[in-house]
Design a protein around this ligand. Structure first.
Ligand SMILES: Nc1ncnc2c1ncn2[C@@H]1O[C@H](COP(=O)(O)OP(=O)(O)OP(=O)(O)O)[C@@H](O)[C@H]1O
Length: 283
């Protein structure tokens, strides 16, 4: 496979998505949520490439969150440090321990799945940090496969409210909620892996020790099998969603958490609820 031709193809698709949906505007500060995994590392490289070729100025900064998962997260952080140094992008490092008072390894067993406190705390820390540094948007590494898996999960659960999270850009629905963009929204996961191998990019490849055979894993397996027998299925699923969903206009109204002031759909935010559950168990 020709490396230059492949890089051109993958970066052009990302550039076109940014242009078509105007994901980045002049003078904006974009905070890249950087786990060190292949998707967020590609997002970092692709946005740097876009910045170098753009005819307007914007700023890039990366944020990494250490959840406190022994023998797993440190390598991701090391990868985040080396890639940001290579591309000359500032990196802000945050941790569950310092921001929320707990490491995931010490609290996960209070919950049905470790992904519940992990996702809630991570999103909260990413949003708070981005808001504090005045970032206009948070860019995540969600790719085409992640997106259709999430959509089919919400579909299977009848959770149509989550459909509002579909699309390459999540609009600002509260002053303290930094909008999110997904530059890899139409990039297949397989291509991300090929890009990392072809370019010898340092990435964190380990599976999270808490990921198990979830609904997401089953949907992923089904989609991968179908795609290999019927190439183009994943892209067709994505295109069907675009046709049936009003991506632009789906949104919910948010309040401010009565305890910490962060945006929430209820009275108390999920992060404070989780801290309450953990504190109750520790006492
Ligand atoms: N610890 C973290 N610090 C900063 N951002 C994170 C972290 N974990 C996840 N993210 C963001 O959320 C996105 C989706 O999370 P997911 O759990 O799928 O990531 P991953 O599989 O660990 O890594 P990647 O998606 O980068 O390959 C990531 O692409 C990244 O933008």
């Amino acid at each position: 496979m020709n490396k230059e031709r492949f890089n051109k193809k993958i970066f052009s698709r990302i550039d076109n998505l940014i242009n078509d949906y105007q994901l980045i505007k002049e003078n904006e500060k974009i905070a890249i949520a950087l786990s060190g995994g292949k998707d967020s590392v590609l997002t970092l490289h692709a946005l740097k490439n876009y910045q170098l070729n753009a005819n307007f100025d914007f700023e890039l900064v990366a944020i990494s969150v250490d959840e406190g998962i022994e023998a797993y997260r440190q390598h991701g952080i090391d990868v985040a440090v080396s890639n940001t140094e290579l591309l000359d992008i500032p990196l802000i490092q945050k941790s569950f321990k310092e921001e929320e008072g707990f490491v995931l390894d010490d609290i996960y067993y209070y919950f049905k799945s470790a992904c519940i406190p992990c996702g809630v705390f991570r999103r909260n820390i990413l949003n708070k940090t981005a808001y504090e540094i005045g970032a206009n948007k948070i860019a995540t590494g969600h790719n085409l496969d992640d997106e259709i898996q999430s959509f089919l999960m919400s579909f299977s659960r009848g959770d149509t409210v989550k459909f509002s999270k579909f699309g390459p850009e999540l609009n600002q629905i509260h002053e303290k909620l930094v909008p999110r963009i997904k530059p890899l929204w139409n990039t297949p996961e397989k291509e991300v892996g090929i890009w990392a191998i072809l370019n010898d990019i340092e990435i964190h490849l380990d599976e999270c020790p808490y990921s198990n055979l979830s609904l997401r894993a089953k949907i992923k397996e089904f989609l991968n099998k179908t795609e290999s027998k019927h190439p183009g299925t994943k892209e067709n699923v994505l295109n069907s969603f675009i046709k049936i969903l009003d991506v632009e206009n789906a949104h919910t109204v948010l309040n401010e958490c009565e305890i910490c002031g962060q945006p929430t759909s209820g009275k108390i935010c999920k992060s404070c609820e989780i801290k309450d559950i953990v504190s109750g168990n520790i006492k």
